[in-house]
Write a protein that binds this ligand. Structure first.
Ligand code: C2E
Ligand code: MG
Ligand code: MG
Length: 398
C-alpha cells in the first residue's frame, strides 16, 4: 500500500493431476510436483514468490508497476507448467489452470485477493480454451448465487420443493414399456423451476446430494411398489453418492422399507462415477448388484475411457448418449458409431438403450440396426407420476 505498486495473486491448479497419480502411480505424481516446484522456483525474478498450498494447488505472487511485467511472469510460469516431464521413459504433459486477481483493483485485503484468484482459477479450469483467467466481478456474483442455491438445496426436501418426473423406456421391437427413468425436478419458491443440470452439480459440491439422492431413491421405490405391473424404475446415482460407503446399505434398506422387488430397480451411473476411486466404486456396485438390482451405464460414449469401463464391470445396460441420436440422420459417422456400439453390446450380451429419440425416423433407424431399447421425447416426455399412473393401472403402455 505504501509503495503504491500493484500485487497480483495467481492461483495455480494442476490439470489432470489425479489422472497422473492413478495411471502412473504416486511416486510419479510426487516427482511431477517436485519438478514443477523446482522449475517455478528457478524462473523467479525480483518481487516474485511461488508456494505450494497443498495437493496439486500452488499460488504465486508478483509485485508490479506495469501490467506487461505481470504478463511476462505468467508466460514464464506457463512454460514451467506445460513443458513435458520425462519419468521412467514416459513423457508426462502436466499443464495447469491459472487464476489472477490484482491488488488493489480486485480486492484490498489478502483474504479477498486469494479468494478472488481462486474464483478466476475455477473459471479457467471450467473453460476449454482458456488456461489463464483474470478475476471479474461477475464471478463473485456467480459464486454468491451458487452459495445461495446451495443453502436452499439443503432445505428443498423438507420444504417439499422436489418432485419426480418419469420418462418411459420402451422396447424398440415390440414397443412395449420396459420401465421409467426417474428425473428430479426442483421448484424453487423464488427462482421457479431449476433444471437438474444446474442444481445437481451444486448439490454434489456442497453434499446436499446425499439427502436429496436418498429422497429420490426412497420416493421412486415407494411409488413403483404400488404399481400392479413389472415395470422397472431407473434412478440416477451421483458419483458423490457412490463415493459414500453407505450407498449399498441405503439401497438395501430402501428396498426392505418399500417392499420393491430388487429386480425392478435399476441404477444409472456415468463413467465419471467409476473413474474416481475405481476399486471402491466397483466393490460397492458389486454389492448392490448382488441384491438383484441392475446397473446401467449412462451417457455412454461421451467419456474418455468407455471401453475400459465396460471391461471393468458387468453392466446390465448401456445407455447410448443422446448426442449420437441427434446426429444420426445427417452424419454417417454417428450412425457408424451407433452400429459399432450395438455390435459391442451384442457380443458382450448387454442390451443397448438409445437416449434422446425425438423422431419416428430415428426410431426406424434403431429398429433397422437392431437396437434393444429407446427413450426420448418421441416415445414420451418426462412427466409427473399422475400422468403415467392411469395407463399403468390398465397395464397399457404409457
Ligand atoms: P440423464 O440421466 O442422461 O437423463 C436424461 C436427460 O435427457 C433428461 O434431462 C431428459 O429430460 C433428457 N431427455 C430425454 N429425452 C430427450 C430427448 O428426446 N431430447 C432431448 N434433447 N433430451 C431428452 P434432465 O431431466 O434435465 O436431467 C439432466 C441430467 O440430470 C440427467 O441426465 C441426470 O444426469 C441428472 N439427474 C436428473 N435427475 C437426477 C437425480 O435424481 N439424481 C442425480 N444424481 N442426477 C439426476
Ligand atoms: Mg440417466
Ligand atoms: Mg443419460
Amino acid at each position: 500500500r505504501r509503495s503504491g505498486s500493484k500485487v497480483a495473486a495467481i492461483g495455480i491448479d494442476l490439470d489432470k493431476f489425479k489422472e497422473i497419480n492413478d495411471t502412473r502411480g504416486h511416486a510419479a505424481g510426487d516427482e511431477v510436483l517436485a519438478t514443477l516446484s523446482r522449475r517455478m522456483q528457478d524462473c523467479l525474478e525480483a518481487d516474485e514468490t511461488v508456494a505450494r498450498f497443498g495437493g496439486d494447488e500452488f499460488a504465486a505472487a508478483k509485485r508490479f508497476e506495469d501490467v506487461t511485467q505481470l504478463h511476462d511472469f505468467i508466460k514464464r510460469l506457463e512454460a514451467c507448467l506445460h513443458d513435458e516431464i520425462r519419468i521412467d521413459g514416459y513423457d508426462i504433459k502436466p499443464g495447469a489452470s491459472l487464476g489472477v486477481a490484482i491488488y488493489p483493483q480486485d480486492a484490498d485485503n489478502l483474504e479477498a485477493l486469494l479468494n478472488n484468484s481462486d474464483l478466476a482459477m475455477y473459471r479457467a479450469k471450467d473453460a476449454l480454451t482458456e488456461r489463464v483467467c483474470f478475476y471479474e466481478v461477475s464471478m463473485d456474483e456467480a459464486a454468491r448465487s451458487r452459495r445461495l442455491i446451495a443453502n436452499d438445496l439443503w432445505q428443498a426436501v423438507e420444504r417439499n420443493e422436489l418432485q419426480l418426473h418419469y420418462q418411459v423406456q420402451k422396447s424398440v421391437n415390440s414397443g412395449n414399456t420396459i420401465g421409467y427413468e426417474v428425473l428430479l425436478r426442483w421448484h424453487h419458491p423464488a427462482r421457479g423451476t431449476i433444471p437438474p443440470s444446474d442444481f445437481i452439480p451444486i448439490a454434489e459440491e456442497c453434499g446436499a446430494i446425499l439427502p436429496i439422492g436418498e429422497w429420490v431413491l426412497r420416493e421412486a421405490c415407494r411409488e413403483a411398489a404400488t404399481w400392479n405391473n413389472e415395470h422397472k424404475i431407473a434412478v440416477n446415482l451421483s458419483p458423490v453418492q457412490l463415493g459414500n460407503a453407505d450407498v449399498a446399505d441405503l439401497v438395501h434398506r430402501v428396498l426392505l422399507d418399500t417392499g420393491l422387488s430388487p429386480h425392478r430397480l435399476e441404477l444409472e451411473i456415468t463413467e465419471s462415477t467409476i473413474i474416481g476411486d475405481k476399486e471402491r466404486a466397483l466393490q460397492t456396485l458389486r454389492r448392490i448388484k448382488a441384491f438383484g438390482v441392475t446397473i446401467a451405464i449412462d451417457d455412454f460414449g461421451t467419456g474418455y475411457s468407455s471401453l475400459e469401463t465396460l471391461r471393468a464391470f458387468p453392466f446390465d445396460k448401456i445407455k447410448l448418449d443422446r448426442s449420437f441420436m441427434s446426429e444420426v440422420e445427417a452424419s454417417p459417422e454417428a450412425k457408424a458409431i451407433i452400429r459399432a456400439i450395438l455390435a459391442l453390446g451384442q457380443t458382450l450380451r448387454v442390451p443397448v438403450l438409445a437416449e434422446g429419440v425425438e423422431t419416428r425416423h430415428q426410431l426406424q433407424i434403431l429398429l433397422d440396426e437392431g437396437c434393444d431399447e429407446a427413450q426420448g421425447y418421441f416415445l414420451g416426455r418426462p412427466m409427473p407420476v399422475e400422468r403415467i399412473r392411469p395407463d399403468l393401472a390398465t397395464g397399457k403402455a404409457a
